[in-house]
Design a protein around this ligand. Structure first.
Ligand SMILES: [Fe+2]
Length: 235
C-alpha cells in the first residue's frame, strides 16, 4: 500500500523536542538544524497486514495470565481520526502501561511497588472500518521518576499507532480526568494548555459496564488543527 507524502503540521499542540523541565530532553533534543530526508518507498509503504508481523490482537490485558490482576478494571475505547475527522481503519494501536501499583514489568523499573503476577501491561488492537478501537485493562497507578525531587508521573497509558506505512508511526500518552499530578508533570506540561487536554481521556457512562468496569473515551486525531499531541520529536 502506498501513501501521499506526509504533510508536516504547524501546530502549537505538539510538544517541542527541547523542554528543559523534562530533563532528558536537554541531552536528546537536536543541537543542529534538522535535515529533511526525502521519503522513499521504504518510508511510504508498509506490510499489507501489520498483524501478520505483530501477531494477533491482545485486547484484554486482564486475561493474559491465570488470575485477574489487582486494580480497577477499565474499558478504554475511541476512534482514530484524520485531519478531516474521518475514521482511519486498520490502524494498529499498541498499548503499554504500569500495573495498578505503578510498576512496570521491566528490569530498569525497581522502585518499591509490587509487580502483579497477573499483569504484564502490554497489548495491541486494530481500528475497525469506523476507526473504532477498544481494550480492557486495569487503571495504571502513578509512579515516581528521577526527573527532580518528588517527581511523580500521573497515571497514564502509552500508545503507539502504526498506520499503513513505516513512516506513519505516532507515539503518545493517554491521561485520566481529574488527576492532580498532570498539572505538575513536566512531560504533560511540555504541551501547553488548552492542547494538553487532548491527551486526557474522559469518563463515559455509556461504555461503562454495570458491575464490571468503568469506561473511558479517548479519540486520537492524527494531524491537522485538532491533532493529538505526539512524542515524535517536533523541532
Ligand atoms: Fe510510563
Amino acid at each position: 500500500m502506498s501513501l501521499t507524502p506526509y504533510l508536516p503540521e504547524d501546530d502549537k499542540a505538539q510538544p517541542p523536542s527541547l523542554h528543559p523541565d523534562y530533563r532528558s530532553t536537554v541531552l536528546r533534543s537536536p543541537g543542529q538544524p534538522l535535515i529533511r530526508i526525502p521519503q522513499t518507498l521504504t518510508e511510504l509503504t508498509g506490510p499489507d497486514e501489520w498483524i501478520n508481523l505483530m501477531g494477533d490482537p491482545v485486547a484484554d490485558l486482564t486475561k493474559q495470565h491465570k488470575g485477574a490482576p489487582i486494580g480497577p478494571r477499565i474499558i478504554v475505547s475511541g476512534r482514530v481520526l484524520d485531519e478531516n475527522h474521518r475514521p482511519v481503519p486498520g490502524t494498529i494501536v499498541e498499548i503499554w502501561q504500569a500495573n495498578a501499583a505503578g510498576r512496570y514489568v521491566h528490569t530498569r523499573d525497581q522502585w518499591d511497588a509490587p509487580l502483579d503476577p497477573n499483569f504484564t501491561g502490554a497489548g495491541r488492537v486494530i481500528t475497525d472500518a469506523q476507526g473504532h478501537y477498544r481494550y480492557v485493562t486495569v487503571k495504571p497507578g502513578p509512579y515516581p521518576w528521577g526527573n527532580h525531587y518528588n517527581a511523580w508521573r500521573p497515571a497514564h497509558i502509552h500508545l503507539s499507532l502504526h498506520g499503513p506505512a513505516f513512516a506513519t508511526r505516532l507515539v503518545t500518552q493517554m491521561y485520566f480526568p481529574d488527576d492532580p499530578l498532570i498539572e505538575i508533570d513536566p512531560i504533560a506540561n511540555a504541551v501547553p494548555m488548552p492542547y494538553r487536554q487532548r491527551m486526557v481521556s474522559r469518563f463515559d457512562i455509556e461504555t461503562t459496564k454495570a458491575n464490571w468496569a468503568i469506561g473511558y473515551l479517548f479519540d486520537i486525531v492524527l494531524r491537522g488543527h485538532a491533532a493529538t499531541p505526539m512524542e515524535n520529536g517536533h523541532a
